[in-house]
Design a protein around this ligand. Sequence first.
Ligand code: 13P
Length: 271
Amino acid sequence: MPVATYEQYCKMMDTAYANHYAFPAINVFDMESINGVLAGLAEAHSDGIIQMSFGGAQHASGTLKDMYLGALALANHVHLMAEKYNIFVALHTDHCQNDKVDTFMIPLIEETERRRAAGLPNLFNSHMFDGSALPHKENVKIAKGLLERCAKSQLVLEVEAGVVGGEEDGVIGMGECADPDECKAIADLGVTMLAAGIGNIHGKYPENWAGLSFETLDAIQQKTGDMPLVLHGGTGIPDDMIKKAISLGVAKINVNTECQLVFAEATRKYI
Ligand code: 13P
């Protein structure tokens, strides 16, 4: 199938949320990882989301280390290959901190704007703005501007509140539970995808990890109303916690580290 349209993507998320299931959002960084995700989704007869961090995108551009060009190459590969699979995939960019907005997210939005003007489908379905390390008011202000820009091109914006712990792309977060009132302020902007920290972290979970905070998740859901939530740090969360998180409104679950570990292990075995 061609990459999902805006309408199909919204329907995917709304239906998952309403029926208590979640889509896997898998990070990719090269052609092989994309092909693997497409094959895995097709084998599971599941629609899904393919996403890339700025680091994954930089990697895809080789020594150029150009996150915009790398993302363009990866997204175009997805557009070409997805056509051949009998499932829907949506394309998303992962954490974009404030200092990367002008070099990562905006050029990709501009590319979608150019494509739309030429009658072509959007390059991506959604982008994530991660202003969680900023003061709340600044996070909200920047998210508002980006939301307005994205809405003009039928792009969904994921916004983060409460820092996800662990390390991704060299960005280290402490891991904290988001303030439900801050989540509500973000939801009130018209955001339809909220990533809220609930004790989750990127990478492997340490032995002494306290687990997900379902009280926080519940409180956020009560405050924000009907909104699909995003659970980052999907690697290593026990199944029962995943199921409970989904029952409390999580409709997108990000997985990155697990795939890299499996890939590294398979490569090691082959060599
Ligand atoms: P893991 O690397 O822990 O799977 O987390 C992925 C993620 O949240 C990407 O944003």
